[in-house]
Design a protein around this ligand. Structure first.
Ligand code: M1P
Length: 235
């Protein structure tokens, strides 16, 4: 049986937004007929807000914070810590001062279980402020260059770009690939994610999912279309 693993932001929903109601209804039925897991850089509260309890509690496991915070049927079953190296916080604060993007909205370094999320615009940004940053980052590739620099400066820390405004930072190996510890080596995994390119936060899992298939989607519409094709082909 195929094991389906889905990223959330940019894959099942627009980043930080609720799932589309029609897709939600369809996806709830899909979960009834298939084995489904979720893996996201986000924390459980945000995933719950975006997907609702029907989805979060009916998947096999909901892996939050890149797999460092593990939820099963609405209950936390495991969580890991990230002991950041001393120099990391001052470095992030320096980038916060130095970025040429003009807006700062607060909550720039969100310390989650097993990882940090770093955002120049800040996690308190309104939708308009977020979209200003998204446009800026597309032209300036700021997140990509910050992530590259973090990766070159620290031995046991990995930074990846995920979602639209932030960078996920954690211990090397404490990324989405760690969830495969819970699978058998011969499991056939179909993994859907929007950041499967090198440097994206889905890439570590793509790299090790060599026996299954990786679906690099453009957005949730693309995920929905691909799933409908898979279901139609299986009939
Ligand atoms: O899963 C990656 C990130 O996706 C969203 O990022 P942003 O708000 O920058 O679009 C958020 O859910 C974030 O928490 C998460 O780390």
């Amino acid at each position: 049986m195929i094991r389906y693993i889905f990223d959330v932001d940019g894959t099942l929903t627009p980043s930080r937004c609720p799932i589309d109601p029609e897709f939600k209804e369809w996806f709830i039925d899909f979960i009834k007929d298939n084995k489904v897991w979720l893996v996201t850089g986000s924390d459980y509260d945000k995933t719950l807000e975006q997907l609702g309890p029907e989805i979060c509690e009916s998947v096999v496991t909901c892996y939050n914070c890149q797999g460092n915070d593990v939820w099963h049927k609405g209950k936390r079953v495991n969580s890991k810590q990230f002991k950041a190296p001393e120099g990391l916080q001052p470095l992030l604060e320096g980038w916060l001062q130095a970025s040429r993007f003009p807006l700062r909205t607060g909550n720039h370094i969100e310390k989650r279980r097993g990882m940090w999320n770093f955002s120049i615009v800040g996690r308190n940004a309104t939708w308009a402020e977020r979209s200003e940053y998204v446009q800026w980052d597309v032209s300036n590739r700021e997140r990509e260059s910050i992530a590259l620099e973090i990766n070159s400066l620290f031995d046991n820390v990995t930074a990846t770009v995920g979602g639209e405004t932030g960078i996920d930072i954690g211990r090397t190996g404490g990324d989405k690939s760690q969830i495969l510890e819970d699978f058998n080596s011969d499991d056939k995994i179909y993994f859907f994610g929007d950041r499967q390119e090198p440097g994206g936060n889905d890439y570590p899992l793509v790299k090790v999912n060599t026996k299954g298939k990786n679906f690099h989607v453009k957005d949730w519409h693309d995920t929905f279309d691909k799933l409908k094709n898979i279901v139609a082909a299986a009939r």
